[in-house]
Every structure is written in C-alpha cells, then in structure tokens.
Design a protein. Structure first.
Length: 485
C-alpha cells in the first residue's frame, strides 16, 4: 500500500476553499454562514459558522464519501494502521454499536466484559445479540474493575464455542490493559471476531511507550475517540477495521442505519486536523504529555494519604499493561469519597477532574495540558491533605457485577413493563439499565435479575450523590421491570 502524505488535510482544505470562494448559500443550515445567528457568532467567531455547511459536490457527503471525506478517511486509516476508517460524529457509542451490528445477528452470542460501557448494551439491543459476560478482575484495594484475563476468555469460549465475537476494552477508564494480543490469538483460533472499545486509547498509536492497540495486534474492528485524547471536537470518533471477517460494505451499511444525513463539517474537519497533527507531531507531543503525567504522579505520591496508581499495577490480575496518561488517585485514606474530592476541587480550587467514584478520582492527561495546570492540581491536593487527618480506612467497596441474565436485552427492551420502587425490586427482571456515569458502566442491564446486593449498591451510589443514568426516573427511586401493573 502506498504511503500517503499525512501532512495533508483534504477535508479541511476543501472547507477553507469554500469559505474563500465567497459562495452565496441557498442551502442549509439556516444561519447562512452565521449571519442568521448574530449573538452566537459574536461569541464563537465567524469562521466556525462559515464552515458549518452541508454536503455538496466539492465537500463530499459523509453517507457516501467519494471525494475529500473519502481521502481524509484513507489518511486516517493509514495513520492508525487500519485498512478502513469511518468518521463518526455521534461518538464512539456509534462505533461500538456499529461493530456489534456488523458481526452479530439476532440470537448470536457475543462475549463481553461486564464492565463494558452502556453503548455496548445498546448495540446488543439493536442487533438482537445475546451477551455472554466475563467478570473483570477487581482490584480490592482500589475498589475498581480492571481488565479481563486470557484464562477468562478461554473459559467463556469453551462454554460458548459458537459465539460470534469477543469484545475487549483497551484501555479501561482507569488505564488498565488486558492482554489484547493473546485474546486476539485465542478468538481467531475459534473463528471469532475481536471488537475493541478504544474510546480512551486514541493516543496509544503514536508513541512507543504506550500499550499495543487493536490494529497493531490484529483485532478486526475498533472504535476510537479522537475527541477524548487527540484534540478533535467532542462527539468525534473513528471506526477502524482490518482483515476479512467483516466487509467494508457491510460496515458502511450498518453505520448508515443510524448516521445523520447532515454530518457536521466542523466536527469532521477537526478529525482531519487532529489526525494530521498526530501523524506528523504526535510522538513529540505525547513525549511531553508522558513527562507531565509521570511528574504529577510522582508529586502526588509524596502527599500523605494519597496514592496515584500507575505501572506498578502491571502483572496484577487484569492488568497486562497500563496507560500512564490516566492519572487515577486513590483518596480513601483522607477519609473522603472520590465524589467529595471532586466537588471540593471544583468549588474551592476551580479544578474539574474527569470522574470520581467511592474511593478514587481520575484526571485525564492529554496533549492540551501544561505544567502549570498540573501544578495547580498537585497544589490543591497538597492543600486538601494538609487540612485532613490521615485515616486507615478499610475499603468496603462492593461491586455487584454478577447479575443473572434471564431474558435477552432485546426481549426485555420490547416487553411489557411496570414501575416499582427500587427497594421493592428484589427478584424482579430489569427492563432498563442503571449505571454510574461516568464511566457509564451498567450496574444492572435489561433482562437481568435484580438482587438485594444490587439494590444496596445503588443506594450507596445515591447516598454519595453519584450521577446515575439509564432509568426513566431521574432520581432512581423507581425502576422499570418486566410485567404489568
């Protein structure tokens, strides 16, 4: 395959040519290059609205790319070591669901970690597939789910030899990496596709100190969030494919089932430029990012009562490798929950972290961070710790990742439902998800039996004011279950 010029940005250049040509627009969007939305234009600037256009011959069409979008996608595929790349403007959620729908038909089994993102459950409902859950390893000290083991995958395949695919997270939200290369080898030996959620791993392709990516180890498909770590705009991701298990035609047909016919050119142009930046400058930029992350981790680990975990986890169950840009900090010996520390950082120090849970906070370190920003975080944590009595707190985290699947998620989604109080739902079959967001990992999924442990765990999350999503009741006092009133 010929090497493409990664310094080119075909889509972005086409948009700049469109603006420079002073086209008189009688096409949507209705703001007509910003002239119809003056207040917004004054704040965000005229350029972003001038390139907010719709598909036309010189700008191509995202639903059937044959011009500059196709050229930009080919550059992206080569930059990530894939055979095909598809721009997504509905996040990696759209990519995860497209992967599952491209491989699975109704009734097909798919092997999935129980700590997969909620988008995976959406893909299962849309495809009609039946999940075979693998329990992730749990780090009891940190109270978080890690990756899945090679042995767990082998056991699942042995029990479900006709499953169509194995789904893997690379990396987890907290940076843990499963042995993806071994999992790919095992799955392919049993004629199963490997689908990889790389929402938090877009940067790993561009520096040798990061773990291996899905495309590097021969996985069949991966969904990658460039917006999370590579600088493109929110909602922008790519779906990458390689090999012969699924054809590009099938993938494109599936994407177009839910893809907007008015894909944002502002968003797609940011993908084009972010890819160019990584392909041409990524190694140097990520070297600086790693230096910042390593410095911050070292400084935080000097603070009494805090533990910024990192590569020392490699070799523990479920952690074959580790992404150092995930700055996870265990705060339980300060006597605070992660949720409380997140609120203190925002309210008292004007710092917003990525997420928190009962015992940890997580900061994402990326190419946009500076030493000054990280110094502010370190100083804030020092200040909090200096005002706090250090405690030896026993980790009492309970992670109920073992609910029993009674009916398929799709059948549960379309069945008759009733609403019951959460406290009275023991023994019922869930008709909707409950998830803590972020990171968007379901505590209970449609079709699973609700147990007392699950109810108690949700009550703990509610008490700690964790953001819960997935239920019709925004306060999660009630949950919908199978049955009639």
């Amino acid at each position: 395959m010929r090497r493409l010029d990664q310094a080119k940005t075909p889509l972005f250049n086409a948009l700049k040519n469109y603006v420079d040509s002073k086209v008189i627009p009688f096409h949507v969007p209705g703001h007509k290059q910003g002239k119809g939305l003056e207040e917004f234009r004054q704040y965000v600037g005229h350029r972003v609205l001038e390139i907010d256009v719709n598909g036309m011959e010189d700008l191509d069409n995202a639903c059937n790319p044959i011009g500059v979008i196709k050229d930009a996608e080919e550059l992206c595929a080569q930059a990530f070591g894939a055979q095909n790349a598809y721009f997504l403007v509905n996040g990696t959620t759209a990519g995860v669901q497209a992967m599952i729908m491209s491989i699975c038909e109704p009734g097909d089994e798919i092997i999935i970690p129980r700590n997969a993102h909620k988008s995976t459950i959406g893909g299962i409902i849309l495809s009609g597939a039946v999940p075979v859950y693998i329990q992730p390893e749990i780090d009891e000290e940190l109270g978080i789910a890690m990756g899945i083991t090679e042995e767990a995958v082998k056991n699942a395949i042995k029990k479900h030899p006709y499953a169509k695919a194995v789904f893997v997270i690379n990396p987890t939200y907290y940076g843990a990496i499963s042995d993806l290369k071994a999992i790919v080898r095992i799955a392919h030996r049993h004629n199963m596709a490997v689908l990889v959620d790389e929402a938090h791993g877009a940067h790993m392709s561009f520096h040798d100190d990061f773990p291996l990516t899905a495309m590097e180890v021969g996985a069949d498909m991966s969904a990658v969030s460039l917006h999370k770590t590579l600088g493109s705009m929110t909602q922008t991701s790519v779906l990458l494919t390689r090999g012969n298990i699924v054809s590009p035609e099938v993938v494109k047909q599936v994407i177009n089932l839910t893809y907007t016919t008015s894909a944002s050119y502002v968003l797609m142009a940011s993908l084009d430029v972010a890819r160019k930046q990584m392909a041409t400058q990524g190694a140097d930029m990520l070297e600086h990012t790693l230096e910042l992350a390593r410095w911050a981790r070292e400084e935080i680990n000097k603070i009494n009562g805090l533990y910024a975990f990192g590569k020392e986890l490699i070799g523990t169950p479920g952690c074959h490798d580790f992404d150092e840009t995930k700055l996870g900090i265990n705060v339980r010996n300060l006597g605070y929950t992660g949720y409380e520390i997140e609120k203190k950082l925002r309210a008292e120090y004007n710092i917003q972290i990525e997420m928190s849970d009962l015992y940890n906070i997580l900061a994402i370190i990326s190419i946009g961070d500076t030493k000054e920003d990280l110094q502010a975080l370190v100083n804030a944590l020092k200040d909090i710790a200096s005002k706090t009595e250090i405690k030896e707190v026993k980790n009492a985290t309970r992670v109920p990742y073992k609910p029993k699947l009674i009916v398929s998620p799709r059948d549960a989604f379309y069945s008759l439902k009733k609403s019951v109080r959460l406290e009275e739902a023991d023994g019922e079959i869930a008709a909707e998800m409950i998830m803590a967001y972020p990171p968007g990992i379901p505590v209970i999924c449609p079709g699973e039996r609700i147990t007392k442990d699950i109810i108690e765990y949700v009550k703990i999350l509610k008490h700690e004011h964790c953001q819960l999503q997935g239920t019709s009741d925004p306060y999660v006092d009630y949950i919908r279950v199978l049955g009639t009133e």
